[in-house]
Design a protein around this ligand. Structure first.
Ligand SMILES: C[S@@+](CC[C@H](N)C(=O)[O-])C[C@H]1O[C@@H](n2cnc3c(N)ncnc32)[C@H](O)[C@@H]1O
Length: 371
């Protein structure tokens, strides 16, 4: 089965996700602003859901067309082969958004798309009513500058929900973003990783999972697992493949510290659930007393921004302390994500490289020091 896929991405993560999909075997990979497109078969569908560290969800692209009126939206939707994906008893709710388009009322678009899919399937299944008691096939639409994309979500819960972080401390970083920071820092199995403001431990856990090849979704379920059109074997095969690739035999060690004892307790529990507790050492420590225990190391951290935690002035004081503690030294690299435009001034050094990234809705920069 040849399937066209779309992954919606946070701005700044497109190329990381495109590379990841290529490494998983995707074909025709194209990255656009805010999304990555590719094609592959149903095994790739299962693999991408189980193995992707950086994606929020994997969607099937059912079709795309331009529409400037409700009639064009209705006819364009009705033309698409919905019955190839959705069975007679399946549930198919519709949601989406519209940006810079003639069709701006989301609730009207939603109703019209639903009606068009129903009309199409009535004719195909020769029925007049759908109970929708079966597995959910979430239809997602996006209308951007009049271009309508109709998608089916295969993931269900966002892929950042790995299952190891049932609770988090205040202001945790999303698992997918934490994994992206580790990728941008080119974290390797022979590295020593530090996060001296580790909170619930997300960066350290994602880093440890990445270098040991632990697939983030191997222990959770996905929406499309319940769909009849796919052989359930695809999920078993891909989970086994992912488990076979795990390799704990590395020199990797990570050190996490924080001033908040409760956060550290949460971090330890999370690391245990993720299967990486033997690789990470946690201790209570104020950043002002940060003292690395190795000759070389990579520091990745997400300090308080002065929004959800601390005020701006306190956050800036921390940046200054970090600048003193994170010495410019051979064998050391530092990656700090912050929304502050003043970060480099407070830190005391110009970054060797910067990269614009979004932490949810907050526009940030990843300040990278590696020289
Ligand atoms: C934005 S949170 C980090 C969240 C973390 N990345 C996670 O995923 O849970 C910032 C962390 O810095 C810690 N922190 C604040 N001031 C600190 C200090 N002076 N020394 C060490 N940690 C500090 C807070 O306790 C908090 O856990």
């Amino acid at each position: 089965m040849n399937i066209n896929f779309v992954i919606p991405c946070l701005l700044g993560l497109e190329s990381i996700i495109a590379n990841e999909m290529k490494s998983l075997g995707a074909e025709n990979v194209v990255s656009e602003n805010g999304r990555v497109l590719f094609s592959g078969d149903e095994y790739l569908l299962a693999r991408a859901n189980i193995c992707s560290r950086f994606s929020e969800r994997i969607q099937i692209l059912v079709g795309e067309f331009y529409a400037r009126s409700f009639e064009e939206l209705f006819q364009g939707t009705k033309k698409l082969p919905w019955e190839d994906w959705i069975g007679e008893y399946d549930a198919f709710p519709v949601k989406g958004y519209s940006i810079n388009s003639a069709l701006f009322s989301v609730s009207d678009c939603q109703a019209i798309i639903k009606k068009a899919v129903v009309e199409r399937m009535k004719a195909k299944y020769n029925v007049s009513w759908f109970d929708e008691t079966g597995p959910i096939h979430q239809i997602q639409f996006s209308i951007m500058k009049d271009k309508v994309s109709l998608l089916l979500d295969t993931s269900g819960m966002g892929l950042h929900k790995r299952g190891y972080r049932p609770v988090a401390n205040a202001a945790p970083i999303k698992e997918t973003l934490a994994a992206s920071l580790c990728d941008l820092a080119r974290l390797r199995p022979y590295h020593t990783l530090y996060d001296p403001m580790c909170g619930s431990g997300t960066i350290l856990i994602e880093g440890a999972m990445m270098v040991h090849n632990i697939a983030p979704g191997v222990n959770r379920n996905f929406s499309a697992e319940r769909w009849d059109i796919f052989d359930e074997n695809i999920w078993t095969v891909e989970r086994e493949r992912a488990r076979d690739l795990v390799n704990y035999d590395t020199d990797f060690v990570a050190f996490g510290s924080d001033i908040d004892e409760t956060a550290l307790e949460i971090a330890k529990e999370n690391a245990k659930r993720a299967g990486v507790e033997r690789k990470i050492k946690f201790e209570k420590c104020d950043i002002k007393d940060f003292k690395p225990q190795s000759e070389k190391g990579t520091v990745i951290c997400n300090p308080p921004y002065g929004e959800r935690l601390l005020d701006i002035e306190q956050a800036q004081k921390l940046y200054k302390i970090m600048g003193n503690k994170f010495e410019q030294k051979r064998g050391w690299a530092y990656y700090i994500i912050s929304p502050s435009e003043e970060f480099e001034k407070e830190f005391g050094r110009k970054a060797d490289k910067r990269r614009k990234l979004y932490n949810g809705m907050i526009k940030c920069q990843l300040y990278m020091y590696f020289k």
